[in-house]
Design a protein around this ligand. Structure first.
Ligand SMILES: [Zn+2]
Length: 234
């Protein structure tokens, strides 16, 4: 399918804008992290490998096919080393048009410390994200890493990868960014609360009330998922 030039132009700019937001918030540093969007059913616009993100420009972004081969872009720039991770998400989620892979410090620190993501402390996180599972460690840049997120990404818009970072997805770049920011904000608050002393999770009763109050937002399933998993942990 032919790529719409106007759409490509707009999305190139959007990727640069959202990358700068990520860099400003410390969600992506130096040349780390990568972002992609779906242009057509078999063409994806992605960030190149090894580029300093603060200096990245729309012209540096590449178009790849569904195998990850570069079909358009500067000769000296290879596609992101995690392109297989992105393509795995698009294969599993027809509803997803944008994928972020980042190294958010507080969320990633949880995986390094072996602490599950605290889903039950911030109501907004439950409403926006539901559970955030952690996929087992695999070497960055490999097909093996892509396979670790195959199952969790089918049911979650944010997944952490052990000792590595995160994958967040959305119908738009903004949705994927919101998922990333919310997740990191919750991990940061959890860290601060832990530093102060005790962490007080939301009770099951409060979680149920949240479900009733926000019923119109279709979060029933998300809340039930959280309650279910907390019951098995508590
Ligand atoms: Zn990474």
């Amino acid at each position: 399918m032919e790529v719409d030039k106007k759409l490509e132009h707009r999305l190139r700019k959007e990727i640069i804008d959202t990358t700068q937001i990520c860099v400003d918030y410390g969600l992506i540093r130096s040349s780390e992290g990568n972002i992609s969007v779906r242009l057509t059913e078999d063409r994806y616009l992605v960030t190149p490998s090894g580029i300093y993100k603060r200096r990245m420009k729309p012209k540096h972004l590449l178009i790849v096919d569904q195998e990850g081969n570069k079909v358009k872009g500067k000769r000296d720039l290879p596609p992101s080393s995690e392109i297989q991770l992105h393509l795995e998400v698009y294969r599993q989620r027809a509803d997803v048009n944008a994928v972020f892979h980042a190294h958010p410090p507080y969320s990633t620190a949880l995986t390094i410390a072996g602490i599950p993501f605290p889903t039950d402390v911030i109501p907004e996180v439950i409403v926006l994200l539901g559970e955030v599972p952690t996929a087992p460690y695999a070497t960055p840049g490999t097909q093996e890493l892509a396979l670790t997120i195959r199952e969790p990404i089918k049911h979650h818009n944010a997944v952490l990868m052990q000792n590595h970072g995160s994958v967040t997805v959305g119908r738009t770049l903004e949705e994927a960014l919101i998922a990333l920011e919310s997740m990191e904000h919750a991990a940061h608050l959890y860290y601060l609360a832990k530093s102060l002393g005790r962490v007080m999770p939301l009770s099951e009763e409060n979680l149920k009330r949240l479900r009733e109050t926000w019923y119109s937002r279709n979060i029933e399933q998300l809340v039930d998922q959280v309650i279910e998993s907390l019951r098995s942990k508590r």
